[in-house]
Write a protein of this length. Sequence first.
Length: 159
Amino acid sequence: MRLTALAAALSIAAPGAAFAGPASNAVKFFYMPEVKFEADAKYRDRFTEPVTKLFDLNDQAQKNKPDEVPCIDFAPGLDAQDFDEKTVAKTLKLSEAVDGDRAEVTATFNLFPEGDESKREMVWSLKKIDGQWKIADITSKTNGWTLSALECLAGQTPE
């Protein structure tokens, strides 16, 4: 009985827990213990369409023109190229909203210790596939773009 009361009290006292569950854990992976580049081929199994199509075009662009900047020249999960790893880890807060096999995880954090322009709010859209949360898209609420809507013409072959 005491344990139940304690659990209930804790759930009321801490409703905005930073890491709220399995969908959030799929996103947390890209921020901690270090920031990872989402478009890296070794993380491709963590994504699903439509983002994987953009990543494939980015791979082609890098292969076809290795001396040029590829389509994705920033960290999509950060909406930035430059950041302070410790500040991101220290300020990261995740919240999730799950609706069946779909979820949205909102990540808020700062890129640097100072400056309002370093604040970020990113929304990660996820789908549950074969029991695993996969990332379908990333949206920057801060700067108003969605990863799947970005064009990658450099990776496409002319018709």
